[in-house]
Unconditional design. Structure first.
Length: 474
Protein backbone atom coordinates (compact mmCIF):
# COMPACT_ATOMS: atom_id res chain seq x y z
CA UNK A 1 0.00 0.00 0.00
CA UNK A 2 1.38 3.41 -0.91
CA UNK A 3 1.74 5.94 1.89
CA UNK A 4 -1.07 8.46 1.45
CA UNK A 5 -0.92 9.86 4.98
CA UNK A 6 -1.73 13.53 5.37
CA UNK A 7 -2.16 14.11 1.64
CA UNK A 8 -5.73 15.40 1.82
CA UNK A 9 -6.34 19.09 1.20
CA UNK A 10 -8.80 20.56 3.69
CA UNK A 11 -10.78 23.71 3.00
CA UNK A 12 -10.32 26.01 5.98
CA UNK A 13 -13.14 27.04 8.30
CA UNK A 14 -12.45 30.67 7.27
CA UNK A 15 -13.12 29.80 3.62
CA UNK A 16 -16.47 28.21 4.47
CA UNK A 17 -17.26 31.23 6.67
CA UNK A 18 -16.52 33.44 3.63
CA UNK A 19 -18.98 31.35 1.59
CA UNK A 20 -21.62 31.85 4.27
CA UNK A 21 -21.04 35.59 4.01
CA UNK A 22 -21.84 35.35 0.28
CA UNK A 23 -25.03 33.54 1.33
CA UNK A 24 -25.88 36.38 3.72
CA UNK A 25 -25.34 38.99 0.99
CA UNK A 26 -27.54 37.11 -1.45
CA UNK A 27 -30.14 36.71 1.28
CA UNK A 28 -30.19 40.49 1.69
CA UNK A 29 -30.73 40.94 -2.06
CA UNK A 30 -33.55 38.38 -1.90
CA UNK A 31 -35.29 39.78 1.15
CA UNK A 32 -36.65 42.99 -0.28
CA UNK A 33 -38.31 41.29 -3.25
CA UNK A 34 -42.06 41.66 -3.69
CA UNK A 35 -43.99 38.39 -3.81
CA UNK A 36 -41.99 36.53 -1.17
CA UNK A 37 -38.70 34.66 -1.36
CA UNK A 38 -37.47 33.58 -4.79
CA UNK A 39 -37.57 29.83 -5.40
CA UNK A 40 -34.96 27.22 -6.24
CA UNK A 41 -35.45 23.95 -8.08
CA UNK A 42 -32.97 21.08 -7.68
CA UNK A 43 -32.87 17.82 -9.56
CA UNK A 44 -30.49 14.98 -8.76
CA UNK A 45 -29.37 12.06 -10.90
CA UNK A 46 -27.31 9.06 -9.86
CA UNK A 47 -25.99 7.69 -6.60
CA UNK A 48 -26.47 8.57 -2.93
CA UNK A 49 -23.29 10.59 -2.95
CA UNK A 50 -25.00 12.89 -5.44
CA UNK A 51 -28.09 13.00 -3.21
CA UNK A 52 -25.83 13.99 -0.32
CA UNK A 53 -24.19 16.70 -2.46
CA UNK A 54 -27.62 18.06 -3.41
CA UNK A 55 -28.53 18.27 0.29
CA UNK A 56 -25.54 20.59 0.70
CA UNK A 57 -26.51 22.64 -2.35
CA UNK A 58 -29.99 23.03 -0.86
CA UNK A 59 -28.40 23.92 2.48
CA UNK A 60 -26.53 26.77 0.83
CA UNK A 61 -29.62 27.83 -1.16
CA UNK A 62 -31.67 28.00 2.00
CA UNK A 63 -29.04 30.22 3.63
CA UNK A 64 -29.23 32.45 0.54
CA UNK A 65 -32.91 32.94 1.31
CA UNK A 66 -34.40 30.75 -1.41
CA UNK A 67 -37.55 28.73 -0.94
CA UNK A 68 -37.93 25.46 -2.85
CA UNK A 69 -40.26 24.42 -5.65
CA UNK A 70 -40.83 21.20 -7.56
CA UNK A 71 -41.77 23.19 -10.66
CA UNK A 72 -38.74 24.35 -12.67
CA UNK A 73 -40.86 27.02 -14.37
CA UNK A 74 -41.35 28.82 -11.03
CA UNK A 75 -37.67 28.82 -10.14
CA UNK A 76 -35.22 31.70 -10.10
CA UNK A 77 -32.37 29.16 -9.75
CA UNK A 78 -32.29 25.69 -11.26
CA UNK A 79 -29.57 23.24 -10.21
CA UNK A 80 -29.19 19.96 -12.09
CA UNK A 81 -26.80 17.61 -10.29
CA UNK A 82 -25.69 15.00 -12.80
CA UNK A 83 -24.33 11.46 -13.05
CA UNK A 84 -21.77 10.20 -15.58
CA UNK A 85 -21.68 6.51 -14.76
CA UNK A 86 -23.46 5.35 -17.92
CA UNK A 87 -24.31 6.92 -21.26
CA UNK A 88 -28.04 6.56 -20.70
CA UNK A 89 -27.90 8.81 -17.59
CA UNK A 90 -26.03 11.44 -19.61
CA UNK A 91 -28.53 11.38 -22.46
CA UNK A 92 -31.41 11.93 -20.03
CA UNK A 93 -29.63 14.95 -18.59
CA UNK A 94 -28.94 16.45 -22.02
CA UNK A 95 -32.61 15.95 -22.94
CA UNK A 96 -33.93 17.53 -19.75
CA UNK A 97 -31.43 20.39 -19.71
CA UNK A 98 -32.21 21.08 -23.37
CA UNK A 99 -35.92 21.39 -22.53
CA UNK A 100 -35.19 24.12 -19.95
CA UNK A 101 -34.49 26.56 -22.79
CA UNK A 102 -38.22 27.28 -23.19
CA UNK A 103 -38.71 28.29 -19.55
CA UNK A 104 -35.62 30.47 -19.72
CA UNK A 105 -37.03 32.30 -22.78
CA UNK A 106 -40.09 33.16 -20.70
CA UNK A 107 -38.00 34.04 -17.61
CA UNK A 108 -34.66 35.40 -18.83
CA UNK A 109 -33.60 36.18 -15.25
CA UNK A 110 -33.50 32.45 -14.46
CA UNK A 111 -30.09 31.04 -13.50
CA UNK A 112 -29.51 27.49 -14.75
CA UNK A 113 -26.68 25.48 -13.16
CA UNK A 114 -25.31 22.09 -14.17
CA UNK A 115 -23.05 20.33 -11.68
CA UNK A 116 -21.88 16.90 -10.59
CA UNK A 117 -19.94 14.17 -12.37
CA UNK A 118 -21.01 14.94 -15.95
CA UNK A 119 -20.05 18.56 -15.57
CA UNK A 120 -16.53 17.57 -14.53
CA UNK A 121 -15.81 15.96 -17.92
CA UNK A 122 -14.18 18.41 -20.38
CA UNK A 123 -16.13 16.97 -23.31
CA UNK A 124 -19.45 17.68 -21.55
CA UNK A 125 -18.46 21.17 -20.39
CA UNK A 126 -17.47 21.94 -24.00
CA UNK A 127 -20.80 20.70 -25.34
CA UNK A 128 -22.72 22.83 -22.82
CA UNK A 129 -20.57 25.85 -23.68
CA UNK A 130 -21.30 25.53 -27.38
CA UNK A 131 -24.79 24.06 -27.67
CA UNK A 132 -26.62 24.76 -24.39
CA UNK A 133 -26.15 28.50 -24.16
CA UNK A 134 -29.06 28.88 -21.73
CA UNK A 135 -26.95 27.18 -19.03
CA UNK A 136 -25.25 29.88 -16.92
CA UNK A 137 -23.06 27.91 -14.55
CA UNK A 138 -21.20 24.60 -14.91
CA UNK A 139 -19.21 23.32 -11.94
CA UNK A 140 -17.65 20.02 -10.89
CA UNK A 141 -17.82 18.20 -7.53
CA UNK A 142 -14.45 19.61 -6.37
CA UNK A 143 -15.77 23.18 -6.13
CA UNK A 144 -19.23 22.57 -4.70
CA UNK A 145 -18.10 24.26 -1.46
CA UNK A 146 -17.77 27.53 -3.47
CA UNK A 147 -21.34 27.46 -4.75
CA UNK A 148 -22.42 30.69 -2.92
CA UNK A 149 -19.51 32.62 -4.40
CA UNK A 150 -20.38 31.41 -7.90
CA UNK A 151 -24.03 32.41 -7.51
CA UNK A 152 -23.00 35.76 -6.07
CA UNK A 153 -20.82 36.43 -9.12
CA UNK A 154 -23.66 35.50 -11.48
CA UNK A 155 -26.10 37.75 -9.66
CA UNK A 156 -23.78 40.74 -9.66
CA UNK A 157 -22.13 40.42 -13.10
CA UNK A 158 -23.20 39.31 -16.55
CA UNK A 159 -21.86 36.22 -18.32
CA UNK A 160 -21.52 32.48 -17.94
CA UNK A 161 -19.18 30.58 -15.62
CA UNK A 162 -17.36 27.26 -16.05
CA UNK A 163 -15.54 25.91 -12.98
CA UNK A 164 -14.30 22.37 -13.46
CA UNK A 165 -10.70 22.32 -12.19
CA UNK A 166 -8.96 18.98 -12.61
CA UNK A 167 -7.63 18.37 -9.10
CA UNK A 168 -7.30 15.48 -6.66
CA UNK A 169 -10.09 17.01 -4.55
CA UNK A 170 -10.46 18.31 -1.01
CA UNK A 171 -12.58 18.02 2.12
CA UNK A 172 -14.86 20.83 3.26
CA UNK A 173 -16.57 20.72 6.66
CA UNK A 174 -19.36 22.92 7.93
CA UNK A 175 -21.45 23.29 4.75
CA UNK A 176 -25.12 23.57 5.75
CA UNK A 177 -27.51 20.80 4.66
CA UNK A 178 -31.21 20.56 3.97
CA UNK A 179 -32.12 16.88 4.15
CA UNK A 180 -34.96 15.39 2.11
CA UNK A 181 -35.94 12.73 4.62
CA UNK A 182 -36.73 12.75 8.33
CA UNK A 183 -36.04 9.07 9.03
CA UNK A 184 -33.04 8.14 6.87
CA UNK A 185 -29.88 10.17 6.42
CA UNK A 186 -26.73 9.91 4.33
CA UNK A 187 -23.38 10.74 5.87
CA UNK A 188 -20.39 10.95 3.53
CA UNK A 189 -17.33 9.56 5.25
CA UNK A 190 -14.94 9.85 2.31
CA UNK A 191 -14.82 11.10 -1.25
CA UNK A 192 -13.17 9.92 -4.46
CA UNK A 193 -11.78 6.61 -5.62
CA UNK A 194 -8.26 5.30 -6.31
CA UNK A 195 -9.22 2.03 -7.91
CA UNK A 196 -9.50 2.88 -11.58
CA UNK A 197 -11.62 -0.11 -12.59
CA UNK A 198 -11.11 0.00 -16.34
CA UNK A 199 -14.77 0.74 -17.20
CA UNK A 200 -15.42 3.40 -14.57
CA UNK A 201 -15.43 7.18 -14.91
CA UNK A 202 -15.70 7.88 -11.17
CA UNK A 203 -11.96 8.21 -10.35
CA UNK A 204 -11.62 10.78 -13.16
CA UNK A 205 -14.49 12.97 -12.02
CA UNK A 206 -14.45 12.54 -8.23
CA UNK A 207 -10.70 12.65 -7.63
CA UNK A 208 -8.53 10.68 -5.21
CA UNK A 209 -9.69 8.97 -2.03
CA UNK A 210 -9.86 11.33 0.92
CA UNK A 211 -11.38 10.73 4.32
CA UNK A 212 -13.20 13.00 6.72
CA UNK A 213 -11.82 13.11 10.25
CA UNK A 214 -13.52 10.51 12.48
CA UNK A 215 -14.55 13.18 14.99
CA UNK A 216 -16.39 15.16 12.27
CA UNK A 217 -18.27 12.03 11.18
CA UNK A 218 -19.12 11.02 14.74
CA UNK A 219 -20.47 14.43 15.67
CA UNK A 220 -22.61 14.52 12.52
CA UNK A 221 -24.08 11.09 13.31
CA UNK A 222 -24.63 12.07 16.95
CA UNK A 223 -26.53 15.15 15.86
CA UNK A 224 -28.66 13.12 13.43
CA UNK A 225 -29.52 10.60 16.14
CA UNK A 226 -30.48 13.46 18.48
CA UNK A 227 -32.72 14.87 15.74
CA UNK A 228 -34.48 11.49 15.60
CA UNK A 229 -32.95 9.91 12.49
CA UNK A 230 -33.20 6.11 12.67
CA UNK A 231 -31.35 4.85 9.61
CA UNK A 232 -27.92 6.22 8.83
CA UNK A 233 -25.93 5.25 5.76
CA UNK A 234 -22.20 5.93 5.75
CA UNK A 235 -21.23 6.80 2.21
CA UNK A 236 -18.11 6.54 0.11
CA UNK A 237 -17.14 5.17 -3.28
CA UNK A 238 -15.02 2.62 -1.45
CA UNK A 239 -15.66 2.81 2.29
CA UNK A 240 -13.29 -0.10 2.96
CA UNK A 241 -10.29 2.11 2.35
CA UNK A 242 -11.53 4.77 4.78
CA UNK A 243 -8.88 6.39 6.96
CA UNK A 244 -5.68 5.51 5.10
CA UNK A 245 -5.00 9.10 4.10
CA UNK A 246 -5.50 10.63 7.56
CA UNK A 247 -2.58 12.06 9.56
CA UNK A 248 -3.38 9.40 12.11
CA UNK A 249 -4.41 6.51 9.86
CA UNK A 250 -7.36 4.41 10.92
CA UNK A 251 -9.69 1.95 9.19
CA UNK A 252 -13.35 1.53 8.40
CA UNK A 253 -13.97 -1.21 10.98
CA UNK A 254 -12.69 1.11 13.73
CA UNK A 255 -14.99 3.90 12.51
CA UNK A 256 -17.95 1.52 12.39
CA UNK A 257 -17.29 0.45 15.98
CA UNK A 258 -17.20 4.11 17.08
CA UNK A 259 -20.47 4.94 15.28
CA UNK A 260 -22.04 1.87 16.86
CA UNK A 261 -21.04 3.19 20.30
CA UNK A 262 -23.13 6.36 19.86
CA UNK A 263 -26.12 6.03 22.23
CA UNK A 264 -29.59 5.68 20.70
CA UNK A 265 -31.86 3.32 18.80
CA UNK A 266 -30.75 3.54 15.16
CA UNK A 267 -29.40 1.41 12.32
CA UNK A 268 -26.09 1.87 10.57
CA UNK A 269 -25.63 0.98 6.90
CA UNK A 270 -22.75 1.68 4.54
CA UNK A 271 -21.90 1.63 0.88
CA UNK A 272 -20.04 0.91 -1.30
CA UNK A 273 -17.50 -1.75 -0.42
CA UNK A 274 -14.80 -3.09 -2.68
CA UNK A 275 -14.20 -6.84 -2.28
CA UNK A 276 -10.42 -6.50 -2.36
CA UNK A 277 -10.51 -4.34 0.78
CA UNK A 278 -13.34 -6.10 2.64
CA UNK A 279 -11.50 -7.66 5.58
CA UNK A 280 -12.20 -10.33 8.17
CA UNK A 281 -11.87 -7.53 10.72
CA UNK A 282 -14.75 -5.69 9.02
CA UNK A 283 -16.93 -8.84 9.02
CA UNK A 284 -16.20 -9.48 12.71
CA UNK A 285 -17.02 -5.87 13.53
CA UNK A 286 -20.30 -6.12 11.62
CA UNK A 287 -21.19 -9.29 13.52
CA UNK A 288 -20.35 -7.75 16.89
CA UNK A 289 -21.93 -4.30 16.46
CA UNK A 290 -25.65 -4.58 17.09
CA UNK A 291 -26.60 -1.33 15.35
CA UNK A 292 -24.83 -2.28 12.14
CA UNK A 293 -27.51 -3.67 9.82
CA UNK A 294 -26.94 -7.28 8.71
CA UNK A 295 -26.53 -6.36 5.06
CA UNK A 296 -23.60 -5.97 2.70
CA UNK A 297 -23.55 -4.49 -0.78
CA UNK A 298 -20.43 -6.06 -2.27
CA UNK A 299 -20.14 -5.54 -6.04
CA UNK A 300 -18.36 -8.33 -7.92
CA UNK A 301 -19.09 -7.06 -11.47
CA UNK A 302 -18.21 -10.34 -13.26
CA UNK A 303 -17.66 -13.97 -12.38
CA UNK A 304 -14.84 -14.78 -14.79
CA UNK A 305 -11.22 -14.29 -13.73
CA UNK A 306 -10.01 -13.10 -17.13
CA UNK A 307 -12.74 -10.45 -17.25
CA UNK A 308 -12.05 -9.41 -13.66
CA UNK A 309 -8.40 -8.95 -14.64
CA UNK A 310 -9.23 -6.77 -17.65
CA UNK A 311 -11.65 -4.83 -15.47
CA UNK A 312 -8.69 -4.16 -13.12
CA UNK A 313 -10.72 -5.37 -10.16
CA UNK A 314 -7.74 -6.91 -8.37
CA UNK A 315 -9.62 -9.90 -6.98
CA UNK A 316 -10.52 -13.31 -8.39
CA UNK A 317 -13.86 -14.99 -8.31
CA UNK A 318 -12.61 -17.48 -5.71
CA UNK A 319 -11.29 -14.70 -3.45
CA UNK A 320 -14.70 -13.06 -3.65
CA UNK A 321 -16.54 -16.28 -2.85
CA UNK A 322 -14.14 -16.99 0.01
CA UNK A 323 -15.02 -13.62 1.58
CA UNK A 324 -18.73 -14.28 1.20
CA UNK A 325 -18.32 -17.67 2.89
CA UNK A 326 -16.39 -16.10 5.77
CA UNK A 327 -19.09 -13.45 6.19
CA UNK A 328 -21.94 -15.98 6.09
CA UNK A 329 -20.15 -18.07 8.72
CA UNK A 330 -20.24 -15.05 11.05
CA UNK A 331 -23.70 -13.67 10.09
CA UNK A 332 -25.76 -16.52 8.62
CA UNK A 333 -28.82 -14.38 7.86
CA UNK A 334 -26.83 -11.60 6.15
CA UNK A 335 -28.61 -9.86 3.27
CA UNK A 336 -26.29 -9.66 0.26
CA UNK A 337 -26.54 -7.44 -2.79
CA UNK A 338 -24.14 -6.74 -5.64
CA UNK A 339 -23.49 -4.83 -8.86
CA UNK A 340 -22.91 -6.69 -12.11
CA UNK A 341 -21.85 -5.55 -15.55
CA UNK A 342 -22.93 -7.68 -18.52
CA UNK A 343 -21.22 -7.38 -21.89
CA UNK A 344 -17.85 -6.00 -20.84
CA UNK A 345 -15.68 -5.69 -24.00
CA UNK A 346 -14.57 -9.16 -25.08
CA UNK A 347 -16.69 -11.07 -22.55
CA UNK A 348 -17.90 -14.24 -24.28
CA UNK A 349 -21.19 -15.90 -23.40
CA UNK A 350 -19.20 -18.73 -21.83
CA UNK A 351 -17.35 -16.24 -19.62
CA UNK A 352 -20.64 -14.55 -18.78
CA UNK A 353 -21.94 -17.90 -17.54
CA UNK A 354 -19.34 -17.75 -14.75
CA UNK A 355 -21.31 -14.76 -13.45
CA UNK A 356 -24.45 -16.92 -13.30
CA UNK A 357 -22.50 -19.51 -11.29
CA UNK A 358 -21.63 -16.87 -8.69
CA UNK A 359 -25.33 -16.01 -8.38
CA UNK A 360 -26.18 -19.64 -7.81
CA UNK A 361 -23.55 -20.05 -5.13
CA UNK A 362 -24.05 -16.76 -3.25
CA UNK A 363 -27.82 -16.41 -3.70
CA UNK A 364 -27.95 -12.62 -3.42
CA UNK A 365 -31.12 -11.01 -2.12
CA UNK A 366 -31.06 -8.43 -4.91
CA UNK A 367 -28.79 -7.22 -7.70
CA UNK A 368 -28.10 -4.01 -9.56
CA UNK A 369 -27.40 -5.13 -13.12
CA UNK A 370 -26.00 -3.03 -15.95
CA UNK A 371 -25.05 -3.49 -19.57
CA UNK A 372 -21.54 -2.18 -20.21
CA UNK A 373 -21.58 1.45 -21.33
CA UNK A 374 -18.33 2.83 -22.81
CA UNK A 375 -17.22 5.96 -20.95
CA UNK A 376 -14.89 8.13 -23.05
CA UNK A 377 -11.52 8.48 -21.35
CA UNK A 378 -11.59 5.10 -19.60
CA UNK A 379 -9.43 2.18 -20.82
CA UNK A 380 -12.45 -0.07 -21.45
CA UNK A 381 -13.92 2.43 -23.92
CA UNK A 382 -10.90 1.71 -26.17
CA UNK A 383 -11.18 -2.09 -26.01
CA UNK A 384 -12.50 -4.17 -28.90
CA UNK A 385 -16.15 -4.94 -28.21
CA UNK A 386 -17.32 -7.36 -30.89
CA UNK A 387 -20.43 -8.86 -29.23
CA UNK A 388 -23.64 -7.53 -30.80
CA UNK A 389 -26.03 -5.71 -28.47
CA UNK A 390 -28.78 -8.32 -28.99
CA UNK A 391 -26.50 -11.02 -27.61
CA UNK A 392 -25.57 -8.87 -24.61
CA UNK A 393 -29.25 -8.26 -24.03
CA UNK A 394 -29.95 -11.99 -24.15
CA UNK A 395 -27.30 -12.58 -21.50
CA UNK A 396 -28.63 -9.68 -19.46
CA UNK A 397 -32.12 -11.21 -19.55
CA UNK A 398 -30.77 -14.59 -18.46
CA UNK A 399 -29.08 -12.87 -15.52
CA UNK A 400 -32.17 -10.99 -14.39
CA UNK A 401 -34.40 -14.06 -14.81
CA UNK A 402 -32.10 -16.12 -12.59
CA UNK A 403 -31.91 -13.36 -9.98
CA UNK A 404 -35.69 -12.82 -10.06
CA UNK A 405 -36.21 -16.50 -9.25
CA UNK A 406 -33.69 -16.33 -6.39
CA UNK A 407 -35.16 -13.07 -5.00
CA UNK A 408 -38.65 -14.53 -5.15
CA UNK A 409 -37.59 -17.66 -3.25
CA UNK A 410 -35.67 -15.68 -0.65
CA UNK A 411 -38.58 -13.30 -0.15
CA UNK A 412 -41.08 -16.18 0.14
CA UNK A 413 -39.06 -17.55 3.06
CA UNK A 414 -40.06 -14.46 5.09
CA UNK A 415 -43.78 -15.35 4.97
CA UNK A 416 -45.12 -16.16 8.44
CA UNK A 417 -42.17 -14.54 10.21
CA UNK A 418 -42.29 -11.48 12.44
CA UNK A 419 -39.59 -8.96 11.57
CA UNK A 420 -38.64 -5.74 13.34
CA UNK A 421 -38.83 -3.13 10.59
CA UNK A 422 -38.29 0.60 10.33
CA UNK A 423 -41.41 2.42 9.08
CA UNK A 424 -39.69 4.71 6.63
CA UNK A 425 -42.47 6.21 4.53
CA UNK A 426 -46.17 6.61 3.83
CA UNK A 427 -47.40 4.29 1.10
CA UNK A 428 -48.45 5.72 -2.25
CA UNK A 429 -50.36 2.49 -2.93
CA UNK A 430 -53.90 2.75 -1.48
CA UNK A 431 -53.87 -0.90 -0.38
CA UNK A 432 -51.09 -0.22 2.16
CA UNK A 433 -50.50 2.45 4.78
CA UNK A 434 -46.74 2.47 5.16
CA UNK A 435 -43.53 1.41 3.54
CA UNK A 436 -40.93 -0.17 5.76
CA UNK A 437 -37.50 -1.74 5.58
CA UNK A 438 -36.26 -4.94 7.15
CA UNK A 439 -32.86 -4.70 8.88
CA UNK A 440 -31.46 -6.13 5.63
CA UNK A 441 -33.13 -3.26 3.73
CA UNK A 442 -35.79 -5.31 1.95
CA UNK A 443 -38.87 -3.24 1.11
CA UNK A 444 -42.08 -4.14 3.02
CA UNK A 445 -45.53 -2.75 2.24
CA UNK A 446 -47.41 -2.59 5.51
CA UNK A 447 -50.98 -2.14 6.72
CA UNK A 448 -51.48 -0.49 10.11
CA UNK A 449 -51.55 2.94 11.70
CA UNK A 450 -49.75 5.61 9.73
CA UNK A 451 -48.67 7.26 12.97
CA UNK A 452 -46.02 4.53 13.24
CA UNK A 453 -43.95 6.41 10.64
CA UNK A 454 -40.36 6.75 11.84
CA UNK A 455 -40.63 3.93 14.39
CA UNK A 456 -39.11 0.46 14.61
CA UNK A 457 -42.09 -1.93 14.82
CA UNK A 458 -42.74 -5.65 14.57
CA UNK A 459 -44.34 -6.62 11.28
CA UNK A 460 -45.95 -9.96 10.53
CA UNK A 461 -44.96 -10.87 6.96
CA UNK A 462 -47.98 -12.20 5.08
CA UNK A 463 -46.91 -12.13 1.44
CA UNK A 464 -44.01 -11.58 -0.95
CA UNK A 465 -43.03 -11.25 -4.58
CA UNK A 466 -39.67 -10.81 -6.29
CA UNK A 467 -39.46 -7.11 -5.48
CA UNK A 468 -40.89 -6.76 -2.00
CA UNK A 469 -42.58 -8.17 1.08
CA UNK A 470 -46.09 -7.48 2.40
CA UNK A 471 -47.20 -7.47 6.01
CA UNK A 472 -49.21 -6.04 8.86
CA UNK A 473 -48.18 -4.09 11.94
CA UNK A 474 -48.48 -6.05 15.16
N1 LIG B 1 -20.94 0.60 -17.72
C1 LIG B 1 -21.87 -0.11 -17.03
N2 LIG B 1 -21.94 -0.14 -15.71
C2 LIG B 1 -21.02 0.59 -15.00
N3 LIG B 1 -20.84 0.76 -13.68
C3 LIG B 1 -19.80 1.60 -13.51
N4 LIG B 1 -19.30 1.98 -14.70
C4 LIG B 1 -20.04 1.36 -15.65
C5 LIG B 1 -20.01 1.34 -17.06
N5 LIG B 1 -19.10 2.03 -17.76
C6 LIG B 1 -21.65 0.08 -12.67
C7 LIG B 1 -20.78 -0.81 -11.78
C8 LIG B 1 -20.72 -0.03 -10.50
C9 LIG B 1 -22.07 0.65 -10.49
C10 LIG B 1 -22.18 1.81 -9.58
O1 LIG B 1 -22.25 1.05 -11.83
O2 LIG B 1 -21.46 -2.03 -11.62
O3 LIG B 1 -20.53 -0.86 -9.38
FE1 LIG C 1 -15.66 2.90 -10.08
FE2 LIG C 1 -14.21 0.76 -9.32
FE3 LIG C 1 -14.00 3.09 -7.95
FE4 LIG C 1 -16.27 1.64 -7.78
S1 LIG C 1 -14.21 0.98 -7.09
S2 LIG C 1 -16.11 3.88 -8.10
S3 LIG C 1 -16.43 0.75 -9.86
S4 LIG C 1 -13.40 2.71 -10.08
Amino acid sequence: MSDTRGTTKRISAEEIERQKQFCAEIRKMNEGRPGGPPLAYTQTYGCQQNEADSERIRGYLEQMGFGFTTDAEQARIIVINTCAIREHAEQRVFGNVGALVHGKRRHPEQIICLCGCMAQQPRVAQKIRESYRHVDLVFGPHVLWKFPEMIHTLLTRRGRMFLTPDEPGSIAEGIPVVRQDKVKAWVSIMYGCNNFCSYCIVPYVRGRERSRQPEDILSEVEQLVNEGYKDITLLGQNVNSYGRDLDEPTDFATLLEAVNAIPGDFLIRFMTSHPKDATQKLFETMARCKKVAPVLHLPFQAGNDRILRVMNRRHTREQYLEKIRALKALIPDITLTSDIIVGFPGESTEEFEDTLKVLEEVRFDALFTFIFSPRPGTPAAEMADPMPREEKLKNFNRLTALQDAISEEKHAAYIGKTVRCLMDGLSDDARYDLTARTPGNRLVRVTGERSALGQFRDVKITGANKWSLFGELI
